[in-house]
Design a protein around this ligand. Structure first.
Ligand code: TYC
Length: 101
């Protein structure tokens, strides 16, 4: 019987190829109505009513809250769209992004 040699088919990728993730952060303010914040969170970040409400309340109480993490492009696009939704209504609602450690 001939010997069969097999090569492992998995390749080890260097860790540096993992894309860096960015947090989208919700900033509290004194003017944007709570329900509007919840509506924007549900629409832009596909959160349930309950998840959106918890994030809004956390930002309201602590000043800021991490909404979710994405690749850089997606995080920046979502933060801009969500901020613009507030701007369109005349609210100072603000979402920022920050790289994960
Ligand atoms: N603080 C706002 C109010 O009392 C509600 C609010 C919560 C606004 C979270 C922004 O990121 C925010 N109407």
């Amino acid at each position: 019987m001939p010997e069969i040699t097999t090569k492992p088919r998995v390749q080890v990728k260097p860790q540096t190829e993992r894309p860096k993730l960015y947090k989208v952060i919700l900033i509290n303010d004194d003017f944007t109505p709570r329900e509007f914040v919840v509506t924007v969170l549900k629409g832009e970040f596909k959160l349930s009513e309950d998840q959106a409400h918890r994030i809004m309340i956390t930002a309201h109480r602590r000043g800021v809250c991490v909404v979710a993490v994405f690749t850089k492009d997606v995080a920046e696009t979502k933060a801009t769209r969500a901020t613009d939704a507030g701007k369109a209504k005349g609210y100072p609602l603000l979402f920022t992004t920050e790289p994960e450690e």
